[in-house]
Design a protein around this ligand. Structure first.
Ligand code: PEP
Length: 251
């Protein structure tokens, strides 16, 4: 059975002290609440070890927002999957559109990152999705299919089962304009079909596919009610405990 997940991507926001405060606040709320999804926080690299120490791993898991495509060595400024793992983090976001767009990450680079993360024992949260121009020219299915095939489909079924997918239409990220339930469901169902063709029905059924892009307490319930939407990757609305809890409680 696939898991429902709500993950918060803090991006380049919050000082270490602010981040620890928010993680503790969420942990305290969750201690006294029964929720119906797994929760993951993805703070900046500098906060990972401290946040992994203040949260109860049964309530909150910790993810990095990126990792190097190299294992170790003379790569100034890079952070390896092994370093991330040593902080206590269990997950890593790979292929976020901001990495693709501003840091020129290709499907090939993303594939290498996925391979290294899996080898290290981290669970990748793989982000994919089309640009506005690609949707407007009706190429969104083709773009998504290529992203999946080029970055993931060389994986063994066992490795693939450790991956969480997150559909993030680029035009919906940070814009306030979320995909409609129909638009999200259509792509999620298409992705599940592609998984079925490549890995079989069981893997297709068991893979968690999140939606990301301007998800907030007011639209989460509707988006998560879709058959193939198993939760969200949340940017802006993960920075305030009440908003993030509002989304978590949509399940
Ligand atoms: C994201 O960056 O993954 C994201 C979904 O951002 P936002 O929720 O702010 O659109």
């Amino acid at each position: 059975m696939r898991k429902n997940i709500v993950a918060g991507n803090w991006k380049m926001n919050k000082t270490l002290q602010e981040g620890i405060h928010l993680a503790e606040e969420l942990n305290n709320i969750l201690k006294n609440k029964k929720v119906s999804c797994d929760i993951i926080l993805a703070p900046p690299f500098t906060h990972l070890a401290s946040i992994a120490q203040v949260v109860d791993p049964k309530l909150i898991k910790v993810a990095a927002q990126n990792c190097s495509d190299k294992e170790q060595g003379a790569y100034t400024g890079e952070v390896s999957a092994e370093m991330i793992k040593s902080t206590g983090a269990s997950h890593v976001i790979i292929g976020h559109s901001e990495r693709r767009q501003y840091y020129h990450e290709t499907n090939e680079i993303i594939k290498n990152k996925i391979t290294i993360a899996l080898k290290t024992g981290l669970n990748p949260i793989f982000c994919f999705g089309e640009l506005l121009a690609e949707r407007e020219s009706n190429r969104h299915f083709e773009v998504v299919k290529t992203q999946l095939h080029e970055s993931l489909f060389a994986l063994s079924p066992d490795d693939f089962s450790k991956i969480v997918l997150s559909y993030e239409p680029v035009w919906a990220i940070g814009t306030g304009k979320n995909a409609s339930v129909e638009q999200a469901e259509e792509i999620h169902a298409f992705v599940r079909q592609e998984l079925q063709k490549k890995y079989g029905q069981q893997v297709a059924n068991d893979t968690t596919i999140l939606y990301g892009g301007s998800c907030k307490p007011s639209n989460a319930k509707e988006l998560f009610s879709s058959a193939d939407v198993d939760g969200g990757l949340i940017g802006g609305a993960s920075l305030v405990a009440a908003d993030f809890m509002g989304i978590i409680e949509s399940f």
